[in-house]
Design a protein around this ligand. Structure first.
Ligand code: CA
Length: 236
């Protein structure tokens, strides 16, 4: 079942990398293993998911994360020993989709890989999908795809989750706490700047129309610029 999940493992410590790559291989994942940030950025993909150690010998892992993210929407799970709230916020701001604290159990890691993949993998559309492409912004929950005026919008898993949540009820104010709770994991408690970073990135991808309104001291609201400009397909 993992045949389609091609993993890039970025880990310089052989005592972690070797058994990890071996175990992932036994689990059926096609794995490419590199030990430096430079090799990670140069690795010939495509990959479906990146497991990224933060303490690398050449580039800082956070820099690798930022650069990977600026080049593609590939899901990134960070492997980190740094267990503090600020660091986690930074990771998510840099575009990581999840993180696993070292030392981690292999089963836990595989569960995280599956969860991140589930959130980022388009599912086959069900029969009876509308044959005519609606105008404006289309948020398709079934395939986890977003189209704007017929063109695919490339969103990270978290950006999609955020947009899909706001699109549940256009015109409704969602509080920051509510969004963080729904879109980020329940174990997520920390400063909330990561939310603003994702909103800002989402706004850029949604073109010149002001789709997302900031409600000072409250949160955010999705405001379609015209009636009928938003189509949501699939159940929440
Ligand atoms: Ca390391």
């Amino acid at each position: 079942m993992h045949a389609s999940t091609r993993l890039l493992v970025v880990e310089d410590d052989a005592s972690i990398g070797e058994p990890l790559v071996e175990a992932l291989g036994r689990e059926g994942f096609p794995v490419t293993w590199v030990t430096t940030g430079a090799d990670a950025l140069a690795a010939p993909g495509p990959f479906d998911l990146v497991l990224l150690d933060l303490g690398l010998p050449d580039l800082d892992g956070s820099e690798v994360c930022r650069r990977l993210r600026s080049a593609s929407s590939v899901p990134i799970i960070v492997l980190t020993a740094r267990d503090d709230e600020v660091e986690r916020v930074l990771l998510l701001e840099m575009g990581a989709d999840d993180y696993v604290l070292k030392p981690f159990g292999f089963r836990e890691l595989v569960a995280r890989i599956r969860a991140v993949r589930r959130r980022s993998t388009p599912q086959a559309p069900s029969p009876g999908a509308p044959p005519v492409e609606p105008e404006g912004l289309v948020v398709d929950r079934r395939s986890r795809r977003v189209r704007l005026a017929g063109a695919e919008v490339d969103l990270t898993p978290k950006e999609f989750d955020l947009l899909a949540l706001l699109a549940d009820e256009p015109g409704r104010a969602f509080s920051r706490e509510q969004i963080l709770h729904e879109v980020w994991d329940e174990h997520w408690w920390g400063p909330t700047k990561t939310l603003d970073v994702h909103v800002s990135s989402l706004r850029k991808k949604l073109g010149p129309d002001p789709w997302i309104s900031t409600l000072r001291g409250v949160g955010y609201r999705l405001d379609p610029p015209t009636a009928g400009a938003l189509t949501v397909i699939g159940e929440p």
